[in-house]
Design a protein around this ligand. Structure first.
Ligand code: WT7
Length: 649
């Protein structure tokens, strides 16, 4: 039996107590696609509306006129659904368990405290002149203030744009500028793996860049007390301004389609795109998926190991869990510090029932052998989740057997920044699991596979993954550039949302995501555009041309492989490789660090000058026997040189 045919049936025990079993999935799924209006009208009741919506779905994927509206006449405030409505029933329950980088640091924040802190910051934001529709950039450590900042923005109708703390000053500047952001909230430093990251210094540097003049203030949380520069006319200490504010703040009445947040992500071309997510549909979808896919039961401790800088942190650390009145764990550090047992130790320390993490983290632990889990028992675990990239069956089995003690189902959740929430995943009481497969669509989601011409492939098939109709959590646009939104997602295959992923459907109708089919890399679950890295490289004076491809990497899933053609007269050297590596890290951030640089006297191009990445990918992956047709190349001899001088032997 091949790994791919292995099936883990739903356990009877689990199904008996789960929110959804096989039958219920079938009937609810059927209803959700037969009668989306009726289905979502009912589901919308799970959040608190000021004015309940009567118009449910008004969406078109027609590429002349992509227009997506859910619950469009409803009004609400997302922070009320996440906070106020829990005060009476669970005000003293822990909302956020914070686990610091240092294992000695932890704290519990109740719903009542979170509500008060959110209101205080909301009042402080108003004092800084921030109001409805203004964009606030968050560049923060994984501390409760990050969630407070998101919710405080939501409370006054400001739009948050969270930028991952690992991005460089230039990347941060680009996002501040792109969103016309008037305020940045940050901390003096963040702490990860015992090391300080100079967040405030990075903000200072970002704000010297052109186009960031729009940013008037920087609000700074004192996290470490480390030394920072201070600009009196611009910088404000968080504790100075926030602690004195009233702990009540009226919530702004927002339309369901008013923006809640922008989140930048990389595409195959151009600069990162700021996806626009709106309020009502997003919140309903984040909360519904969180409850059903993680089978969240009242009182359980739920831990998603993502950073709030990514969409996973938005939907499944903050909005989904808090809307559901859950206890959500937020971890400041890294899984390898102080030792590789940390993840298991945190599970034991806080009684975590549900652990949602990434294949790259699992593979990194697995590389140290089963003994890395000896420092913990993990008896509290009931369910495991995976996200970010395809999980290889070997890592799946290790996650199941070693971390989950062979008793926890795994939900392999497929989704994207653009989708707002999970689209394809097991419901753990309803689906038999196959390691490596994200299994079946969530309610209301209509996946399909198409060939390169856009013809739908039925039954068992391998093709490009598209979604045929809208779901409430979907991004509505790209901030400031709706044409690009239409062009990127709705023009490849007319009338369909194109995911950019390849996918296979098996004889049980299960979906197996095979990875990106465009020029987007997935490095340790972080998404990166090859074009972005290339444009960074060619800005260096030694580089005439650069081509970036992914190659299989044991831990990261994909590594970054770079072919560089040097400017005439520049000599290749190891020092230059180091310099170019530093250049990209500084320009984009450490997550874009090249793994391999190969000097390329020439790049394989078609006669019309297009770089043939297919060939470069094969060389990087050392699959040089199957290069396919190279006869259309302008100069086939460059390929021989590249193979001969492959940088990994
Ligand atoms: C891309 C989206 C959505 C949360 C994190 C990433 C890949 C994500 C899976 C999965 C196979 C996956 C896809 C997708 N991906 N989850 N369970 N199985 N592939 O969000 O940065 O927007 O990246 O990540 O290729 O298109 P993102």
């Amino acid at each position: 039996m091949t790994e791919q045919q292995k099936v883990h049936p739903v356990s009877d025990d689990f199904a008996a107590n789960a929110w959804v079993d096989k039958e219920k999935y079938q009937s609810m799924y059927q209803q959700s696609v037969d009668d989306p209006e009726g289905f979502w009208a009912e589901q919308a009741k799970r959040v608190d509306w000021i004015k309940a919506p009567t118009k449910i779905k008004n969406t078109t994927f027609d590429s002349h006129n992509v227009d997506i509206r859910w619950f469009e006449d409803g009004t609400l405030n997302a922070s009320v659904s996440c906070l106020d409505r829990h005060l009476e029933t669970r005000g003293d329950q822990t909302a956020i368990i914070w686990e610091g980088d240092d294992p000695k640091d932890a704290k519990h924040v109740t719903y009542r405290e979170l509500h008060a802190k959110t209101c205080q910051l909301a009042n402080a934001l108003k004092e800084l002149g921030i109001g409805k529709g203004d964009v606030v950039t968050l560049y923060m450590p994984m501390i409760p203030e990050a969630a407070v900042a998101m919710l405080a923005c939501a409370r006054i109708g400001a739009v948050h744009s969270v930028v991952f703390g690992g991005f460089s000053p230039d990347a941060l500047a680009q996002r501040i500028n792109g969103a016309d952001s008037k305020l940045v909230i940050t901390a003096d430093e963040s702490v990860r793996g015992g090391k300080q990251v100079p967040l405030k210094d990075n903000v200072d540097a970002a704000l010297t860049r052109k186009g960031t003049e729009v940013c008037k203030n920087v609000l700074v949380v004192k996290r470490t007390g480390g030394e920072i520069d201070w600009n009196d006319s611009r910088d404000v200490w968080y504790h100075d301004l926030v602690d004195k504010q009233a702990t009540e703040c009226p919530a702004e009445e927002m339309n369901a389609e008013d923006p809640l947040f922008i989140l930048y992500t990389s595409g195959s071309t151009g600069a990162p795109k700021g996806l626009k997510h709106t309020t009502g549909g997003y919140l309903v979808y984040a909360s519904l998926t969180h409850q059903y896919i993680f089978d969240y039961q009242d009182g359980e401790v739920y831990w998603c190991t993502a950073d709030v800088g990514w969409v996973t942190g938005h939907s499944y650390i903050v909005y989904g869990p808090l809307a559901n009145g859950a206890t959500t764990l937020m971890f400041e550090g890294v899984p390898s510090y102080p030792s590789h047992g940390r993840m298991g130790e945190i599970v034991d320390k806080h009684n975590v029932a549900i652990l949602y993490t990434a294949p790259t983290a699992i593979r990194a632990l697995m590389a140290h052998g089963d003994a890395v889990m000896d420092s913990s028992k993990r008896d509290s675990l009931r369910l495991l989740g995976s996200v970010g990239e395809p999980i290889n069956p070997e890592a799946w089995e290790w996650f199941y057997r070693v971390i989950g003690n062979s008793k926890c189902p795994i939900v392999d959740t497929w989704w994207q920044t653009e989708t707002g929430g999970i689209l394809i995943s097991p419901l753990p009481g309803a689906m038999d699991l196959k390691p490596g497969s994200a299994t079946l669509p969530f309610f209301g989601v209509m996946p399909a596979l198409v060939d390169s011409e856009g013809n739908e492939l039925k039954g068992v098939a391998d093709g490009n993954l598209v979604i045929l109709d809208s779901w409430p959590g979907q991004a509505r646009s790209i901030w400031g550039d709706h044409d690009r939104f239409v062009q990127t997602y709705f023009s490849t295959y007319k009338g369909m949302y194109f995911t950019g992923d390849g996918c296979r459907r098996d004889e049980d109708g299960y979906y197996w995501i095979t990875g990106r089919v465009d020029d987007v890399l997935n490095v340790s679950g972080h998404r990166m555009g090859t074009a972005e890295i290339e444009s960074s490289l060619v800005a260096h004076e030694a580089v005439a041309e650069a081509a970036v491809v992914g190659f299989p990497h044991d831990i990261k899933g994909q590594g970054i492989y770079i072919y560089v053609t040097l400017t005439d007269g520049v000599e290749p050297s190891d020092e230059l490789k180091k310099e170019l590596t530093q250049w990209v890290r500084k320009d984009i951030g450490p997550i874009a660090s090249p793994d391999v640089i190969q000097w390329a006297p020439g790049l394989p191009k078609t006669r019309s000058g297009k770089i043939m990445r297919r060939i470069l990918r094969k060389i990087a992956a050392n699959e040089t026997d199957g290069l396919g047709d190279t006869s259309t190349l302008a100069d086939p001899s460059v390929v021989d040189d590249l193979i001969e001088n492959r940088a990994i032997k």
